[in-house]
Each structure stands twice: as C-alpha cells, then as structure tokens.
Design a protein around this ligand. Structure first.
Ligand code: ADP
Ligand code: MG
Length: 734
C-alpha cells in the first residue's frame, strides 16, 4: 500500500489534530505503510506512538501493538478512542485485567474487522487461545513498543519479550515496527537479531535534548536542597525518583509538611491510590510526584519542568529515560541528580543476589553511570557518546560541567602511588582499606595486617583517606584498577594500570571533595534541625537565656521544665532564631500545641535578642522535619481515636507492641495530643496510674523512663511507666 504525503497529512489532522509531523515521523510511517520492517530509535517524547497509530488507522486489517505495561494500555486505547468519535471498537487492549464480557466484546470487534489497533501485553500474546484468535484476523503489522525490553543490556529486560518473534510467525507474517528510546549499539543489535529484522531500515533521531539541563549534586542535606529547589520553582510540575518505596513515602510526607503539594507513587500502593495520585499530577492538582521508577513509562505530561533523582539510577539508559520525562514540550527541563558513592554501593549490593551473568552486565552498567556522575566532561557529550552519537560542540552551555567547570589536578603521581601500593602488598584489599593505608588511618584492621608499618602508610601528610578514596574511584573508572564486585569489591591493578606504572603519563583528576561526606539516606528524615549541628552551632548566650525563661515558666506553671521544651528544642531555637510562633514550630519537638501554649515568651525573647545584637538570622530556608518518620503514624493516631487497643493496632500493622509505644512517644513529642486513657484503664491499676503521673509531675527532673523506674521501684513495669508518661506528656505538653 502507498499513501501520499497529502493523505498522511490529512489523516494526521483528522485523527490527531496536528498540522505537521515531528522529526522522522512521516518517513517512518510511509516506510511502514509500504510494508517494510522499520526500526525507530527516538528519545522519550519524540513522538513514537504516532508512528504506529496513524498507519494502523489507515491500513487495512488490525495492527497488533505489544507494549509492556497493562496500566498504560488503557490510557492509550482511551486516547485513540478520543480521536475517533463513536467507534469505540476501533481500539482495544487484550490483557489479564479483562472480564468475560469485555473479552467477548474484543473478540467480536476483532473478528468483524472493526478494530484497527489491538494492544497486547507480551504475557497475553503467549497464550494459546489468543494466538488462535489472532490467526483468524488480518494483521496489518506488528508494533513492538519499548523494544529494549528484549535486551538484557537494556534498562528494563522482560523475558517474555523474547518470545515475540516465534509467536508472530505462528500468527502470520506481517511487517514489524520496533520502537525504543534506548539506543546503545548493543541494545540496538539485540533487538534486531531477536525480532529477526536485521533488514529493517533504522530511523535514528538525534538523542540530544537541547532543552534539558543536567546537573549532579553531592548528596548532602538532600531533603533540604530538594525543598529549596522546589520552592524556588513555584508552580512548576516535577517528578522525584527514589530507589525505595519507603523513601518515596517519607519524602512525599516531608514535602507536604513543608507546604509543597506532593503525592507518592510506587508499586506497593493499591491500584486506586496509584491512579488517583497520577491523575492529580496530570491534572495539576499537585505539583510533585515522588515515585519509584514504576512511575513514568508512557506518562505524557508535556510540561514536567524538573526531574530530580534522589538516588542515582543503575544505568545510564534508565537515567536518560527518566530525565527524558522533563520538558517534552521543548520548554525548560531541569534534571538534578543527587549523587553519593553510598548509593552506588547499595546498587552493587542489590546485584549480589542476582545470577552471575546478570551481575556481570549490571556491574558494567553501573560503572558507566559512575563514570558519568564523576566525570568533568560535558554531560551531554558523555550521554550522547554513550548512545553512539557524536556531539562535537565544545561546550553545551546547559549542564553543570559546562556552566561551572570543576577544579582539576594532576593525578599522575597519585595514581602511580596507588598502583605501587597494590603491587607492593601481596593480597588484595578493598578500596577503603587501601585509602586508609595511604591516608595513615591507624585502626585495628590496619594494625592487624601490620599495614601501619608499610612505607605507604600515611605517605602524604597533606592528603587524608578521603582524598585517596576519590583517587581510587576515579582510577577504577579510568580502568587503571579493577574492582571485583563478586569478590567483595577487592581491588586489583589492570593491564592498563601496570602499563601506566611503567611509564606514567598525565591524567587529570577531578577534585572530588564534594561527593564525599554525604548523607546516609537511611537516616531519619531530619534536616535543618539541631541534630546535624548540635554542639557548637548554637548561640550559647541565647541558649542560657532561653533556659532561664523555661525555668521561670516551669515555676510559674508548676510543671517540670522538660514538659515545656526539651533541651533539643531550646538548642534548635538558639540556632534558628525563630521570632514567630510559626517559625518556632520548625524546631525539633515543637508542635502546634506547645508553640501556642508556651512559645510566646520564647519567641519574644529571641526577637529582642536578635534586634539588640543585630543578628543576621539564617535567611536560609528552614525545613520543617517530619517528626516521626514512620508511615504508621497516621494509622496509629486514627486507631487511637477509635479507641482500638494498642495490641490490636500492633497486630494489624504487624508491629511489636514496643514499636507502637515508640511511635506514640514520637507522636506526643512532636506535639500531637492523643488520648490513650481507654487502653491504660484496661491494663494499668488505677493507683499506679496516679503514682506514676505524680512522679512525672512533681519529682522528675527529666522525662527519662529509666530514672522513673529507679525512683518508683520494682512494683512498676516499664510498660506501665511508658504508657503513663505518654499520657502525661500529651496532656501537659501538647
Ligand atoms: P514517545 O513514545 O516517543 O516518548 P509519545 O508518542 O508519547 O512519545 O509522544 C510525545 C508527545 O508528542 C505527545 O504529547 C504527542 O501527542 C506529541 N506528538 C506526537 N507527534 C506529534 C506531532 N506530529 N505534532 C505535535 N505533537 C506530537
Ligand atoms: Mg512511547
């Protein structure tokens, strides 16, 4: 079949409402309509779907579209139906989510030839009954979308994709169009081989996304940086990718606490919540979606203005796909990644449980990612080079390395020293051990090997072990050293390394200081508070005055001082200088209730102090912390409201009772009032309740449970003391 350009443009307008084709679309479409195998390599957002949707609508027969995600099929089908009024049968999907009636409808429409486009999940395609059904249809062509799923070298390998070719043969031959946004030469050849389409014409667009800005940031104060960034980009839509579901939930919560409209998205949420959150994002009811990589494939929001990676992805393809969701409309798209070597180690750890062959591949993909992250080359150049494309411009002017070149230093001597050390000690060691030797760290492991006696021990007084670790990591990326992930990450010299040692040459290394000393993201979400800064950061004069205020208030109200504000709260105040009750709530352990009840004197003191001493208050953003990182908090509060016994709450959440107590303590410490009298009545003797309560009110000098136990004697259990303490703190504190 042939279709003139005129007809194609007419259909483009009629079905999709567009006036012109994007990039290679027209050439691709004509090629396919003429009955040829076609291979489309186009970056995310390039407009791949149209390359098979339009031909499907104009060619006789039904086009089979194989696509990996069930959730997306429905969207795509709905979109097609939207183009073509009153002919719902024109597009269908076939997957495991259909019930009997729906399935029958699909069959009827297929057999009567109404259906032009049938989306099929690869799992469903392998089912015998479906193969039989499709054998009876006239197939116009097969489209394999997200075709990189065929390759183990892609970022999303799906074994079922390997079965596509034999099944296509069974159903009946027709042209194939394969489409992907992953274009490393290896993936490309895997796809063509596997689909038996080596003859296909390859349409490869440039992968350069000029409008995207790439930046790597050290993973320090990450949450705070993210909040600052979003607040500096008010009203813009963005996606934040995290590695774990837990982090997704925590971060979404933290953003909300800080006045940013955000929702979580990950595969652990039920389908209804997931799609509700996705819709909120698409409809711009919220600005930010915090997600695992489960989010995004096929998301067609053209004006996503930023994509933040909280964790670095495990491959550059993944990175490129995910960042590619920014700026699809050609407008602004900022891609910020928070990089830490710890995250790399995590990725490596995940991989150790995988089959060896997979590990081998995974290792190399990660190494490419590290090289990208730590490189001081133009990011665009590195990425495009990775996709087999030459980028000749010297300076792209739209990545951190081009805009803010990093300092470099001559690394010749340092790399040589590392290699000498490795050759000098007979056994192999891990990177940090080697770095500790060179940096002169005299710890017990070093001593146990007598490595503190080596000539390389503390070889350069100016350089510490961190410096050496950075040299070693870059030497790995530059392939002077090899790190064997299977052997616990032991480091050996490579052939290239040994050649270098014979005849060292100039190698520029990047100053890498910024990428060490990073956050541990398993940490509690707690930034911008005293936790990181305590001991030295605060203003001692102010702290002493705040303690005086607390003391007199405590006497006046006849309350122990810890009930009013704990020491950590006062320390926070002496760092952040809050002068309004609103600001005060940003301090650790200060909730709504406490701020209102006791805060006034503190903030007016601080305001006066700030003025008299002409203090520059931190103009920096103050981040409100999530008091309790647990996701169970809300559940527990609601259950307590319903007077559900705490042990039942524990069961329902598969927690230990102890943990529920921990949560409750965190809740009251954060300033939320809760009433657990119903439970106390069930398990603690009334007299004991009074005794313990009195103790905290009259005798206690701190809120320590241990001290209370000592003072009260052996008749009171820890459980009892903790429960009453929760009651006490909630009633008096909040
Ligand atoms: P890909 O699958 O390559 O990531 P999509 O097929 O989802 O990209 O298309 C990306 C966006 O480009 C969509 O919003 C789509 O409607 C739009 N688009 C596709 N072709 C055209 C065109 N010819 N003119 C204008 N917009 C187009
Ligand atoms: Mg697509």
């Amino acid at each position: 079949m042939k279709a003139t350009s005129e007809i194609l443009h007419e259909k483009l307008k009629e079905f999709f409402g567009f006036d012109s084709f994007k990039g290679d679309q027209e050439a691709i479409i004509s090629h396919l309509i003429e009955g040829n195998n076609t291979f489309v390599l186009m970056p995310t957002g390039g407009g791949k779907s149209l390359c098979y949707q339009l031909p499907a609508l104009v060619m006789p027969g039904t086009a089979i579209v194989i696509s990996p995600l069930i959730a997306l099929m429905k969207n795509q089908v709905d979109a097609i139906r939207g183009f073509v009024a009153n002919r719902d049968g024109i597009a269908h999907f076939l997957n495991s989510s259909l019930n009997k009636t729906q399935l029958q409808e699909v069959k009827d429409d297929l057999l009567s030839g109404v259906t032009k486009l049938l989306y099929v999940a690869p799992e469903s395609l392998t089912k015998e009954e479906n193969i039989q059904l499709l054998r009876q249809c006239k197939i116009s062509f097969y489209a394999v979308d997200e075709a990189h799923c065929i390759s183990e070298w892609g970022h999303d390998f799906r074994p079922e994709y390997r079965k596509i070719q034999p099944i296509v043969n069974e159903i009946g031959a027709a042209p194939i169009i394969a489409l992907t946004a992953t274009a490393t030469p290896k993936v490309q050849s895997d796809i063509q081989k596997n689909l038996g389409m080596s003859d296909a014409r390859v349409f490869k667009s440039s992968f350069n996304r000029e409008n995207l800005y790439y930046e790597m940031r050290p993973k320090v104060n990450t949450e705070k940086e993210i909040i600052k960034f979003i607040k500096g980009n008010q009203g813009k839509s963005g996606i934040i990718y995290c590695l774990s579901r837990k982090k997704v939930e925590e971060l979404a919560e933290l953003l909300n606490v800080n006045g940013i409209k955000a929702r979580p998205y990950h595969a652990g949420l039920d389908a209804a919540t997931r799609s509700a959150n996705q819709d909120l994002f698409l409809m711009e009811e919220i600005d930010v979606i915090v997600a695992t990589i489960a989010f995004g494939m096929g998301i067609d929001k053209p004006d996503v203005r930023f994509v933040i990676h909280y964790n670095i992805p495990k491959s550059l393809e993944g990175y490129y796909q995910e960042t590619g969701r920014a700026g699809r409309d050609g407008g602004e798209g900022q891609c910020i990644t928070f990089y830490s070597y710890k995250d790399i180690q995590k990725l490596e750890k995940f991989m150790q449980s995988k089959p060896l062959a997979e590990q081998e591949i995974g290792k190399q993909l990660i190494n490419d990612t590290i090289a990208y992250a730590e490189s001081n080359q133009c990011r665009r150049k590195t990425l495009l080079n990775y996709f087999g494309e030459q980028y000749t411009q010297e300076n792209c002017g739209n990545c951190d390395n081009c805009l803010y070149p990093k300092k470099q230093f001559e690394g010749k001597e340092y790399i040589a020293t590392v290699l000498e050390l490795i050759n000098g000690i007979k056994e192999n060691f891990k990177a940090d051990h080697l770095a500790n030797i060179l940096g002169g760290v005299n710890n017990s492991i070093i001593k146990s090997y007598n490595h503190n006696e080596l000539e390389w021990f503390g070889i350069d007084k100016q350089k510490d072990s961190r410096f050496w670790l950075a040299v070693i990591r870059q030497a790995i990326v530059l392939q002077f050293l090899y790190k064997d992930v299977e052997k616990y990450g032991l480091i050996t010299a490579t052939e290239k390394g040994n050649k270098f040692l014979e005849e060292p040459y100039s190698v520029m290394l990047t100053e890498d200081r910024e990428f060490v000393n990073t956050d541990d993201d398993d940490d509690v979400v707690s930034i911008g508070n005293a936790k990181n800064q305590r001991g030295g950061g605060g203003d001692p004069a102010l702290l002493a005055m705040l303690k005086d205020v607390r003391h007199s208030l405590s006497k006046r109200l006849k309350l122990p001082s810890f009930v009013i504000f704990g020491d950590p709260s006062l320390e926070d105040m002496s760092i952040m200088y809050p002068t309004t009750l609103e600001e005060l709530k940003n301090c650790q352990g200060v909730g709504e209730g406490k701020a209102r009840k006791y805060g006034k004197e503190f903030v007016s003191l601080i305001a006066k102090y700030v003025e008299e001493n002409e203090i520059d208050r931190p103009t920096d953003l103050v981040v409100k912390t999530v008091a309790n990182k647990s996701l169970n908090k809300v559940y527990i509060i609601q259950s307590v409201d319903k007077k559900i016994p705490l042990d039942e709450i524990a069961d329902a959440k598969k927690m230990e009772l102890e943990q529920v107590y921990d949560e409750l303590e965190a809740i009251v410490n954060a300033g939320t009032k809760i009433n657990i009298d119903y439970y106390i009545r069930m398990i603690v003797d009334e007299d004991k309740v009074d005794d313990i309560y009195e103790y905290f009110k009259e005798e206690a000098t701190s809120d320590s449970v241990n001290e209370a136990m000592k003072a009260l004697g052996p008749d009171y259990t820890e459980e009892e003391v903790r429960l009453i303490r929760i009651k006490f703190l909630s009633e008096l504190g909040n």
